[in-house]
Design a protein around this ligand. Structure first.
Ligand code: 9QG
Length: 156
């Protein structure tokens, strides 16, 4: 269900983790999600999930899983379908998440892919494996992370 309308949403401030929230208007080409937070000292891993629904049993499909494995130094991207992970995408230009430091992750959905920028710099893209995009109606954030704000915007 794509409610509320895009643009109607106020920024979410200091949500507790694990976070699960509806994406106002669902994802569509031009939807941008801006997540600000920090990596706690000693963080192992955290993940940002763009989901289809909020079910835990069975677990909702995840169109785009962005997993920062801070200790291991990997950023893994994947899709969960019928409780099974697909092929991981792992290449990164650098590892931007540093324990004790703030970050900003911007995820922009365009027609063919998600574009992810970290700290204002283009970081990676992820080709859509789930279509149509508007099936993606929930954002979940979990793991070792502190989130100060989540903003949903529509860029036409
Ligand atoms: O490890 O990899 C992404 O391909 C799995 C992880 C899994 C994902 C997956 O165990 O972990 O990152 O949400 C999950 O299930 C996370 C925490 C091969």
């Amino acid at each position: 269900l794509c409610y509320p309308e895009p643009g109607a949403a106020q920024p979410l401030l200091n949500p507790s983790i694990p976070f699960l929230g509806q994406i106002p208007g669902c994802m569509r080409p031009g939807t941008m999600v801006v997540i600000q937070g920090s990596v706690p000292p000693n963080a192992d891993r955290f993940a940002i999930n763009f989901q289809i629904g909020a079910s835990t049993k069975p677990r909702a499909d995840i169109a785009f899983h962005f997993a920062a494995r801070v200790k291991a130094g990997h950023i893994v991207r994947n899709t969960l379908t019928n409780e099974k992970w697909g092929a991981e995408e792992r290449g990164v230009p650098y590892q931007p998440f540093v324990p004790g430091q703030n970050f900003e992750i911007m995820v922009l959905a365009v027609k063919e892919e998600f574009k992810v920028a970290v700290n204002g710099q283009h970081y990676i893209t992820y080709k859509h494996r789930v279509r149509p995009l508007k099936k993606i109606d929930y954002l979940a954030i979990n793991g070792d992370v502190t989130i100060t704000s989540v903003r949903f915007q529509d860029e036409q």
